[in-house]
Write a protein that binds this ligand. Structure first.
Ligand code: AMP
Length: 161
């Protein structure tokens, strides 16, 4: 099938491997079919030292290794459901926002697909991964709505806990 003129050729799907990844992946798959584009998948593992500010006085390398191995097989399983070959799967250590951008650039992706919670208020100011990816990305970014997360204030005023 020929490429669609003005369409996408290479899609970088970013997945956090939570349940919501299915909906984000569905959109990326539909996009890749519509444009006959290659589908690539990236998952970023945040190093424990980054997450905890390097303040833990113990060697975390074996824990980190286990996290890596688990993420690798989880990513492979997930990618298999989308028919994405191993050479188009990327498992990277670092900060999700910047590593997703870097992977997209390195592989020449022309669109990044991420999930977005459509947060408001404080959470929006503090930023989400989708926001971080959008700012500074060199290509298009498709933010797939995966359900709105309410702010604490909204939750309180609607009487939910
Ligand atoms: P968040 O704003 O962190 O809840 O994440 C929203 C979206 O960002 C997810 O649906 C993924 O598309 C992407 N994302 C978040 N964390 C990661 C990660 N560690 N690796 C790859 N993509 C991620």
């Amino acid at each position: 099938m020929p490429e669609v003129e003005g369409g996408y050729q290479r899609i970088m799907l970013a997945v956090d491997l939570t349940e919501e990844s299915n909906k984000v992946a569905e959109r990326a798959l539909a996009l890749s079919r519509a444009f006959n584009a290659e589908l690539h998948i990236v998952h970023v593992i945040e190093p424990l030292s980054l997450a905890y500010g390097g303040d833990i006085p113990m060697d975390l390398s074996s824990v980190q290794e286990q996290i890596h191995d688990q993420a690798k097989s989880h990513l492979a399983e997930f990618a298999a459901t989308l028919n994405v070959p191993a050479e188009h799967q990327y498992l990277i250590f670092g900060r999700p926002e910047s590593e997703i951008q870097r992977a997209a650039e390195a592989k020449g992706a022309d669109v990044i697909v991420v999930g977005s919670h459509g947060r408001h208020g404080l959470a929006l100011l503090l930023g989400s991964t989708a926001n971080g990816v959008l700012h500074g990305a060199n290509c298009d970014v498709l933010a797939v709505r995966v359900g709105v997360q309410k702010t604490d204030q909204e939750t309180e005023s609607s009487g939910q806990s």
